[in-house]
Design a protein around this ligand. Structure first.
Ligand code: ZN
Length: 287
């Protein structure tokens, strides 16, 4: 179809900042098409009733979820299950593999990925004794960094970081530590046992692109993400079931429709060629 799917992001306000679910068919935030033939429809409805827009691929629900995350404060230390664990323990939900492109970070910003425990027993002890500094791997982060976060990987974004996140369509998160914060007099629930169940011990590094395509950031079982810098105009060919274009810097147009940093939209099946113009950086995600 020669029509872009432009969506209204669902906005989530949390104690630590905001999330903009820019491409989502998840029941916790199901985006609505803002213009064109399918105006007013939820993305989940298009997935059910117009699967041809997505190349008639199989699946219970739309496979990806794209979010822009803007943190004022530190996010909780968390971990996600894989598909097998989530199917078994979370009413048949999907697990979550995700990746992050850092749109902005403060000059001395840091990020947490991984841990230092060598055995499950050591992990359990360090958690019990609150030895977080010793347990967690924290390192500097800057604009333009890219991270793949596999299930079982302990992770957290710290304060004043803006990221574009592409992930499996899942909202299953196990919170391991929340900096002992309280909201309305109560701490948010933790999921220590499930976290210990799913955390990879010892920590496993997540691989991003090591291949020879300079535009490829990652390609895994669930998604492929490429990055392009546009200065002027560039033509692309949409030959996948669908593509998601997410703007990670600057502004411009896609086939005449204005787009700017933080926006995402879907280029449906059989769309053919499209042109990105302006001064902008984009991620192009597909399954
Ligand atoms: Zn996560």
């Amino acid at each position: 179809m020669r029509e872009l799917l432009i969506l209204e992001p669902v906005v989530k306000n949390y104690i630590w900042g905001n999330e903009y679910w820019t491409v989502s068919a998840h029941p916790h935030g199901d985006d609505i098409v803002t213009q064109g033939t399918y105006r007013g429809k939820h993305l989940s409805e298009l997935w059910k009733e117009h699967r041809e827009l997505f190349g008639n691929i199989e699946g219970e629900s739309f496979p990806l979820l794209v979010k822009k995350i803007d943190s004022r404060d530190d996010l909780s230390i968390q971990v996600h299950p894989d598909n097998d664990y989530a199917f078994a323990h979370e009413n048949g939900s999907y697990g979550k593999t995700e990746c992050w492109y850092v749109i902005d970070a403060k000059p001395d910003g840091t990020i947490i990925i991984g841990h230092n425990a060598k055995t499950k027993e050591e992990l359990r002890e360090m958690i019990r004794d609150g030895r977080w500094k010793e347990l967690l791997r924290e390192f500097p982060v800057k604009k333009g960094d890219f991270f793949q976060i596999e299930p079982g990987t302990v992770h957290a974004i710290k304060n004043h970081t803006v990221i574009m996140e592409i992930q499996q369509n899942s909202d299953i998160t196990y919170r391991l530590y929340d900096y002992d914060r309280v909201k309305d007099g109560k701490p948010r629930p933790l999921h220590i046992e499930k976290s210990i169940d799913v955390i990879n011990v010892p920590h496993r590094e997540c691989r991003t692109n090591a291949g020879d395509d300079p535009n490829r950031l990652v390609s895994c079982e669930y998604y492929t993400v490429d990055k392009y810098e546009i200065n002027g105009s560039r033509e692309f060919l949409q030959d996948k079931p669908f593509e998601i274009v997410s703007v990670i810097g600057g502004s411009g147009t896609i086939d005449g429709t204005s787009i700017k940093e933080g926006d995402s939209l879907i280029v449906p099946f059989a769309y053919g060629k499209y042109v990105l113009s302006g001064e902008l950086s984009v991620l192009i995600s597909s399954v």
